[in-house]
Write a protein that binds this ligand. Structure first.
Ligand code: SAH
Length: 345
């Protein structure tokens, strides 16, 4: 039996046609599932009894079990969900001036092996399926009683290493009859799987792209991000250029500041050179230190100098304000603690 949350309106249309039912019922189904947030098919009032029985035998209306909820002093909430196979995933809700943003996880573990990141401490166990990604949004909106307005695909996992499910997820949450989260309010972040960036540039929805760059040269990037040995920064830049040309959208460049490694004035200038002429916005991110990792957060004054160099070089840049650092909101940290507790580490 399949989860109802893995189906887009179009999938329901195909299902209905195969059942000899009217196609327009797909719209009704989406409304029942995402507007009324039904917990049982019996709540549906505008469909025949035998069709409702059919739905019951073909689909399940599932939930994710929330095993822990941490709340930060700034309102950020971090949910630890247990999947039906016992794996844990993390989802974060952030409150900001433009609404409620949710950061979703796309994989159990991650294979990218970025040296500074807690998520990659354990290899990928499996991809999340579409419904498990959609359910994170639904569960957060139910548990926190909010309307989710923005999504960042920046939780555990490399979304472009689970491309099909992530794209299906985007279509489902974007449905105007359902959760209605505008494509422009959705951002997918990648460590730089170049072929998928090209594919994504050709995707018909106007979803945003963020690139985890974190280094201005191959020399430094090779040290901290193994993916760079597969697709170097020159190839990455070409893909970014293609995306911008194709979509006319500004790309976000994420850059974690790691003490003594990528936070020097020289690095700032090299970064400005690399980004010269690209329609990008740089997010400088204070590193969240990870117990198992040797990397240190840059000190305030170095971050400021780095920021000022980019500003002077006319690069759009912001020093990201931190959220939820008092609740292990740094990628993968809550999950790794829970796994240790359960002896799964
Ligand atoms: N795999 C995707 C998305 C998940 S990671 C990607 O690489 O973009 C989301 C972002 O958090 C990435 O920019 C990642 O490099 C960054 N990140 C990972 N660990 C971090 C830490 N300890 N502190 C701050 N940012 C971190």
């Amino acid at each position: 039996m399949e989860s109802i949350y893995g189906y887009s309106q179009e999938d329901f249309e195909n299902y209905l046609i195969a059942q000899g039912e009217k196609k327009f019922r797909a719209k009704q189904l989406i409304e029942w599932i995402y507007r009324h947030k039904i917990e049982s098919f019996d709540e549906i009032t505008n469909m025949k009894k035998d069709f409702i029985e059919r739905l019951k035998s073909d689909f399940r209306i599932d939930r994710l079990e929330c095993v822990r909820l941490q709340e930060s002093s700034d309102g950020t909430k971090k949910f630890l969900f247990k999947l039906s196979d016992g794996n844990f995933i993390e989802t974060v809700l952030m409150v900001n001036e433009y609404g409620h943003s949710v950061c979703v996880t796309t994989e159990v573990g991650c294979n990218m092996g970025c040296c500074f990141c807690a998520s990659g401490l354990k290899k990928k166990i499996r991809n999340l399926d579409t419904s498990e990604i959609v359910l994170q949004i639904l569960m957060v909106s139910l548990l926190a009683d909010v309307r989710v307005s923005n999504i960042v695909v920046m939780g555990i996992g490399e979304p472009f290493d689970n491309y099909e499910n992530v794209i299906r997820f985007v279509r489902i949450v974007n449905d105007p009859l359902g959760l209605e989260i505008g494509a422009r309010h959705i951002t997918i972040s990648t460590c730089g799987l170049v072929p998928k960036i090209y594919e994504y540039a050709d995707f018909d929805l106007q979803v945003n792209l963020a690139i985890s760059l974190h280094a201005p040269t191959d020399e430094i990037r090779n040290q901290i991000m193994p993916i760079n040995k597969v697709y170097n920064i020159t190839e990455l830049k070409k893909a970014i250029e293609y995306y911008i040309e194709k979509t006319n959208r500004r790309v976000t460049i994420e850059y974690i500041l790691l003490q003594g490694l990528n936070d020097t004035m020289e690095c700032a200038n090299q970064l400005a050179d690399y980004l010269h002429g690209l329609n990008v916005y740089v997010n400088l991110i204070p590193y969240n230190e990870v117990l198992e990792k040797p990397y240190k957060r840059s000190n305030q004054s170095d971050m400021r100098i780095f920021f000022d160099v980019l500003k002077r070089r006319k690069i759009n840049v912001q020093l990201r304000r931190e959220q939820g650092s008092d609740i292990d909101a740094a990628c993968g940290q809550l999950r790794s603690k829970e796994m240790k507790k359960e002896g799964k580490w």
